[in-house]
Every structure is written in structure tokens, then in C-alpha cells.
Ligand binder design. Structure first.
Ligand SMILES: NC(=O)c1ccc[n+]([C@@H]2O[C@H](COP(=O)([O-])OP(=O)(O)OC[C@H]3O[C@@H](n4cnc5c(N)ncnc54)[C@H](OP(=O)(O)O)[C@@H]3O)[C@@H](O)[C@H]2O)c1
Length: 270
């Protein structure tokens, strides 16, 4: 796939009804890509309105695929629906995600389980399913929207950080295995961003960490993700301060200190 030429390419984005996924769909639409947009079935109407708006504004084809990725066959059903709609996917953007804030022992077991299904199992299955076709075609790109949370434990949303660490490790290893196939796996690793993920997940309005990281804007994040994607950056943490902390500081800081600090800066401020 020629670098940065996305016109006419088929792009599948999961979790496109809000937040970063919605803004990413706008960015790919502006590049002239045809879109297949996934969402939770409860957001079907919102997605349909958004799909119609994008198709009209950018003159592209847009299909909505409302499928629950926490269902045991959700990712397979999404794959089958995509295959019935287009003959191939050029770019898969794994983006749908959830978060639950609170002490591990107080969050219901079912919430931990659905988080792992959406943030881990769905990413893994969709990568594996679409990658087979991409390798056969000799080209394709997978953009995994991960998080800066992938690089260190995240106290008070422990399962979330662990899910992101899983996908980070998986993406980097698989990207290495794919060398020479024409298929690449990239990760986008933003810090906290103002989207429904945080409000729905009970994330506090005030944590000390925001004084360092700030709270990102989803449209700005998506634009940065698109720029990094077109430059074929395998891993991209937006913001110099966040990059320094998550890729340099965490390597030199003793692990016990890192964990204590994580708890301190991510505790709700009253
Ligand atoms: N916001 C942040 O601070 C932040 C920071 C770093 C990385 N990220 C990552 O960015 C990605 C996008 O998150 P966001 O912040 O943009 O949150 P968001 O606005 O809540 O978007 C999440 C999307 O995932 C969809 N989704 C959730 N559960 C689903 C399910 N079971 N089946 C199908 N779709 C489902 C949501 O659909 P519904 O709206 O219908 O539930 C929504 O479209 C996530 O992977 C997140 O971990 C977010």
C-alpha cells in the first residue's frame, strides 16, 4: 500500500459512534477512504446519522455495523458482516474500548470480564481474522488504538491498564513477525482524553495526573493519530511530556516507586 494514499481504500473502524473512533472516521473520510464503522447496537441510530453525514460530506461509501464485541461471537460476526459488504479491508482500526474505575476488589466480576472481552479478545480476534486476508493480499495496515496506560500499571483501573499492556505487547511482537509480508501493525497511545469512556467508566473529574498529562481533545488526538499512521510510525505517544514519561522515565524509575506514584497521581482528588 503506497504510503499515505488512502483514497478509495476500505477502512474498518470499531467503536466509531463516539470519542476518538468517531474523530478517526472523520479523518479517514477526509482522505477519501470508504468506511465500515462498528458500534455497540445501542448506538445504531447515532452511527447511522453519522455515516450518512460523512458519506454526503466527503462523497465516500459508509456502512454501519452495529455488533456487540463483548458477545462471544461478536468479532467473528463483525468479520462475516464485513466480508458480505466488501471484498477486502485495507486498514483495520481496532478502537472500541471500555474502562471501569475503582478498586479491583470492588468492581463486579462481570465488568472485569466484559472489559477483557472488548479491550483484549475483540482486538486479538479481529487482528487475527483480518490479518490472514491481508497477508494473502500482500498488503494491509492494522492500527490498534491502545493507550499510554499500556506502559505501566494503572492503579484504580488495574484491568484497563493490563488490557492495554496485553495489546501493546501483542501488537509489537506480531508487527515484527509480519516483516516482509506487506502488512504492518501500529499502535496509537494517547494519554487521558475527554470522551464518554471516562465519564461512563466512573473516572474522576479530578486526578493529580491531569496536571502533568492534561486532558486531550478527541479531534486533536485523531488528527495526530492520522499523521503518525501516514508516517508509518509503529508506536506513537502524542505529546513530548507524555512521551518522555511513558517511554523514558518509566524505564529508569524503580518499579516499586512507579507503582506508588501511579496510585498517588490516579487517586480521585476531592
Ligand atoms: N478517553 C481516553 O482517555 C483514552 C485514552 C487512551 C486510549 N483510549 C482508547 O481509545 C479507544 C476509544 O475510546 P474513547 O475514549 O474514544 O471512548 P468512547 O468515546 O467511549 O468510545 C468507545 C467506543 O467503543 C464502543 N464500544 C464499547 N463497548 C462496545 C461493545 N461491547 N461492542 C461494540 N462497541 C463497543 C463504544 O460504543 P458505545 O458508545 O455504544 O458503547 C464507542 O463507540 C479505546 O480503546 C480507549 O481505551 C482512550
Amino acid at each position: 500500500m503506497p504510503k499515505s494514499d488512502l483514497r478509495g481504500k476500505n477502512v474498518l473502524i470499531t467503536g466509531a459512534s463516539s470519542g476518538i473512533g468517531r474523530e478517526l472516521s472523520r479523518c479517514f473520510a477526509a482522505e477519501g477512504s470508504n468506511l465500515l464503522l462498528g458500534c455497540h447496537p445501542s448506538e445504531k441510530d447515532i452511527l447511522e446519522t453519522w455515516a450518512t453525514e460523512l458519506a454526503g460530506r466527503y462523497g465516500i461509501r459508509v456502512s454501519g455495523l452495529p455488533i456487540d464485541l463483548s458477545d462471544s461471537r461478536g468479532p467473528e460476526d463483525l468479520y462475516d458482516s464485513v466480508k458480505r459488504t466488501v471484498d477486502k479491508i485495507d486498514v483495520l482500526v481496532n478502537n472500541a474500548g471500555i474502562l471501569h474505575y475503582g478498586c479491583f476488589s470492588e468492581i463486579p466480576l462481570g465488568d472485569h470480564e466484559s472489559l477483557v472481552k472488548v479491550n483484549v479478545i475483540a482486538y486479538l480476534k479481529l487482528m487475527r481474522l483480518f490479518m490472514t486476508d491481508m497477508v494473502k493480499a500482500g498488503e494491509g495496515r492494522i492500527l490498534n488504538v491502545v493507550s499510554a496506560a499500556a506502559f505501566q500499571p494503572t492503579v484504580y483501573h488495574a484491568t484497563y491498564g493490563a488490557s492495554k499492556a496485553f495489546i501493546q505487547s501483542l501488537s509489537e511482537a506480531v508487527n515484527e513477525e509480519l516483516k516482509g509480508t506487506g502488512v504492518r501493525v501500529f499502535t496509537f497511545n494517547p494519554s487521558y482524553t475527554k470522551t464518554p469512556l471516562l465519564s461512563r467508566g466512573g473516572f474522576p473529574e479530578r486526578v493529580w495526573w491531569y496536571r502533568i498529562s492534561g486532558l486531550g481533545d478527541p479531534a486533536d488526538m485523531a488528527r495526530k493519530a492520522m499523521k503518525a499512521f501516514k508516517q508509518e510510525k509503529p508506536l506513537y505517544i502524542p505529546g513530548i511530556r507524555n512521551w518522555l514519561i511513558h517511554s523514558v522515565l518509566i524505564r529508569v524509575m524503580p518499579r516499586s516507586l512507579l507503582n506508588t506514584l501511579s496510585g498517588w497521581v490516579l487517586r480521585e482528588e476531592r
